[in-house]
Design a protein around this ligand. Structure first.
Ligand code: 6GP
Length: 834
């Protein structure tokens, strides 16, 4: 509506005042200097790199804002259906490089910044990662935002603006992980726009009183404010710029003046403290839930604020409320935002006066739910008593939804009490719990897993009863994807350049349509390409070696094979298998004659990843890796043939250095446990090969690149359950089951890598019931690594595998994944800014 008639003042004066994007080097240097002068209040003589980064960021931001404003205006010009991605985590990493790349201004900024006496690369290093996420789920959300904007889709993200992101990881003197806070907002964050005018009141506690039938009034309790901060999400090679809206909690009234006047200062600030606490910290747990009140508060605070905002935008369209699902789709990123379902019911029934049935119809056409893991410990549950106290109205609504739902189940499957118990939203017991996955499933139009195998497992396990009830159409798969802008062009500019030269295509062509990489297949046998491909890998290995040398002081042999495992530390991901494999290799080399050692393939093994602060076994694994490294890296017999690094404080930015440098990477979860994995895709896109289990997206990667280019090992998913059963009821001692592994474990236990006793609890997980089946997979793992060594001997053949792998990664672009969601769920269309 706003664009039909000029809203205020003289249109020409306004239009003359509007700025375009700074496209040329003189515009860029001018805006940089302008920001140095007026935003930072500095000058050339007192500007350091940190300041120069701020100025460069602010000038890039001006460009993003111009595009951002135009995008909003464009989308508002005619009623358009929008999708909203609700995620408690967005692991964005750094922004400046990505913003310049997407704006197409990187070269010009490089030149302009040179003229001002700085190097762009150095300035990029000044930026702190925005690390508002734990791992795969949060990084996926970030890739999806990039792909949505790049494909000109009207998709907004909603999340929380945590004061502290994922903790900083330090390694203590004994090799253990230590945690320190991540005060990422300590310096000004140029990438966010505070919106003091966009605030909503969010209620907690209080009481809910039924008024008539299903309707109720919720009142009393505590109210806090949610204030919006907007983060611009630029599309690549388009002016379309989307939004990520993050909420910050604030006290509704800063001070309680009565208490203040009565001299009770502590009490006066109390309410302000507790309101601010809601968004203060990201929970550092990955794949686990603890049922903490503050976490539930975060979830409600965020979903309620987001829904109010979405509803306000919908109402501006002037459409009847019944058409809500025609204009709004909401994706629930795992169960964390599931409270949005009862919250929308509450708004529709209590505030919009709709009947229960019409409200439920709207809800179940609006929401879509993605599950990211089948690990039972990750299925969110909230104690009924906690929910009743914090969100009394929502608890009523959940009971009502449950009652109506179970009646329908009973009608379809009369007398099946076990089924009713399994499908109920309420888990009976002490305490009773609300099962969020069940609620998310029945309140959503569709439910998906994140790779073929995972989606099948979902249907066969945790969603089995629901598939029988709803039918299979409700359940589908969207295999995850990664953005090729960050995970190829940005992290590996030389490879991107080489691909462009080889395909004789501009980068923008394959970066927007990754399937074009297949064109590389025609060139696989060209000696020129093989040589250049190897040279790019080599230079990336040197970049990593340089990083390791400057951060740890160690020198690395860059001629050696680089073997990388980087991900959250978790028993199911089996970093333990990897480190025990490293020890096995060390002992083998140690026992060799000098002549035998000459035949060994030299290897450098890298680990990085954080463990949840309370996850004892995962932390012990880190400690073991660090202490093994301390011994073997200085052993004169082996150090040229095998070295080992645990790189602390894994982050998106560190991944950007590690991934392009890898020859081989490890994705070795127990079959059936890793829903998808996304770093596997990143390594392959950058020409690294995989050693892995037949799990998650490894399977689909192998389908694309051919099994001859992947090193698979280990038992398959269908065997896992039986093996676990045998371990439980017919245990075989480890010496018998897997003597090689038993020997390695004994070496650790005997203190060869420092106090052996320390590691007993970790070793016992393998000696005892070995839930993650290391004893079952160790032998085939070692064999697979041997095949890797052999294959690496023929470097030309290896490089060919590498080229073929990159060439076949088209499927794993997040552009494809977002199109799947857009078509299969959201029913939205691209809307390009002219
Ligand atoms: C992860 C899965 O473990 C990983 O396999 C997948 O690639 C990623 O999600 C993105 O889909 N899950 C989580 O990070 C998580 O917290 C509750 O699940």
């Amino acid at each position: 509506k706003g664009v039909e008639k000029w809203p205020r003042g003289e249109e020409k004066v306004w239009k003359d005042g509007l700025r375009g994007v700074d496209k040329d080097i003189p515009d860029i240097t001018k805006s940089f200097v302008h920001h140095v002068q007026t935003s930072l209040a500095r000058q050339a003589y007192n500007l350091d790199e940190a300041g120069a980064y701020q100025a460069a960021a602010l000038s890039a931001r001006d460009n993003l804002l111009v595009n951002w404003n135009e995008t909003q205006l464009h989308f508002n010009a005619k009623p358009t259906k929008r999708a909203y991605y609700l995620s408690l985590e967005f692991l964005m990493g750094r922004t400046l490089d990505n913003a310049l790349l997407n704006l197409g201004l990187k070269d010009k900024y490089t030149d302009g910044i040179n003229k001002l006496g700085f190097g762009l690369e150095d300035l990029l290093e000044q930026e702190r990662d925005a690390a508002l996420g734990n791992g795969g789920l949060g990084r996926l959300a970030a890739c999806y935002l990039d792909s949505s904007a790049s494909q000109e889709l009207p998709v907004w993200g909603y999340g929380l603006r945590y004061q502290y992101g994922i903790f900083q990881q330090l390694i203590g003197p004994d090799g253990s992980q230590l945690e320190a806070p991540d005060p990422w907002l300590q310096h000004d964050n140029p990438w966010e726009i505070p919106r003091a005018d966009v605030t909503y009141e969010i209620r907690f506690y209080g009481h809910s009183e039924r008024v008539d039938g299903m309707k109720a009034v919720w009142s009393g309790g505590q109210e806090v404010l949610a204030m919006a901060y907007d983060v611009m999400i630029p599309g690549y090679d388009t002016k379309n710029t989307n939004n990520l809206r993050l909420w910050e909690s604030k006290p509704k009234r800063g001070f309680d003046l009565n208490s203040f006047n009565a001299g009770d200062y502590e009490r006066a600030v109390e309410s302000s403290n507790s309101a601010a606490a809601i968004t203060s910290v990201l929970y550092p747990n990955d794949h686990t839930t603890f049922g903490k009140e503050l976490r539930l508060k975060q979830q409600y605070f965020w979903t309620a604020a987001s829904l109010s905002d979405i509803l306000r935008r919908f109402k501006n369209l002037g459409k009847p409320i019944g058409e809500f699902p025609e204009y709004v789709s909401i994706q629930l990123n795992d169960t964390h935002p599931t409270l949005a379902i009862p919250e929308l019911m509450r708004i529709l029934v209590d505030e919009e006066d709709l009947s229960w049935d019409s409200a439920w119809d709207i809800v179940t056409r609006t929401f879509f739910f993605t599950n990211h893991t089948v690990l039972p410990e990750a299925l969110e549950k909230w104690p009924v008593t906690l929910m009743q106290q914090l969100l009394p109205r929502h608890m009523q609504i959940i009971f009502d939804i449950n009652m109506i739902f179970l009646q329908a189940v009973e009608k379809k499957f009369p007398g099946d009490r076990d089924k009713l118990a399994r499908m109920s939203l309420i888990e009976e017991g002490f305490p009773q719990n609300v099962r969020m996955a069940n609620l998310a499933c029945i309140g959503s139009r569709k439910v998906n897993g994140v790779a073929e195998l995972h989606s099948e497992l979902l249907k066969a396990t945790i969603m089995k009863d629901f598939v029988e009830f709803f039918g299979t159409d409700k359940f589908f798969n969207v295999t995850n994807g990664i953005t090729p802008r960050r995970w190829l062009d940005q992290c590996n500019p030389r490879l991107s350049q080489l691909i462009s030269e080889t395909l004789k295509l501009p980068k923008a062509s394959f970066l927007k349509d990754l399937s074009q990489l297949e064109g590389l297949l025609k060139h696989v046998d060209e000696p020129g390409l093989i040589k250049k491909w190897a040279a790019v890998k080599q230079s990336n290995k040197e970049r990593l070696a340089h990083y390791v040398e400057t951060t740890t002081g160690h020198q690395i042999n860059t001629q050696a094979m680089f073997d990388v495992q980087i991900k959250r530390l978790h028993e199911y991901k089996r970093q333990t298998l990897n480190i025990l494999g490293v020890i096995y290799r060390y002992l083998k080399i140690k026992a060799m004659t000098p002549a035998e050692r000459k035949k060994v393939n030299p290897k450098v093994v890298f680990f990085a990843g954080k463990a949840a602060p309370g996850y004892y076994i995962a932390k012990l694994t880190i400690r073991l890796i660090v202490n093994v490294a301390r011994i073997i890296n200085v052993d004169p017999d082996t150090k040229d043939l095998l070295s080992l690094f645990f790189l602390p404080d894994y982050s998106v930015s560190l991944a950007e250095i590690l991934i392009p440098a890898s020859d081989i990477s490890q994705h070795i979860s127990t079959a059936g446990t890793e829903a998808s994995g996304t770093s596997n895709m990143k390594f392959c896109l950058n020409g690294g090969l995989l050693v892995g289990t037949v799990d998650g997206a490894n399977i689909e990667i192998a389908e694309e690149v051919g099994e001859q280019n992947v090193f698979f090992f280990g038992h398959l998913t269908p065997a896992v359950e039986d093996l676990r059963y045998q371990h439980m009821y017919h245990p075989v001692p480890i010496e018998q089951k897997c003597p090689e592994l038993a020997n390695v474990i004994n070496e650790v236990s005997s203190g060869r890598f420092g106090d052996g006793g320390v590691y007993e609890p970790l070793l016992n997980t393998i000696r005892q019931n070995d839930y993650y089946l290391l004893t079952e997979d160790f032998d085939s793992y070692i064999k697979a690594l041997k095949l890797v060594d052999e294959a690496y001997q023929d470097r030309t053949e290896w490089i060919k595998k590498s080229i073929r792998t990159t060439a076949k990664m088209g499927k794993f672009s997040s552009d494809r994944a977002i199109q799947d969601y857009a078509q299969e769920c959201w029913n939205i269309e691209s809307n390009k800014l002219p």
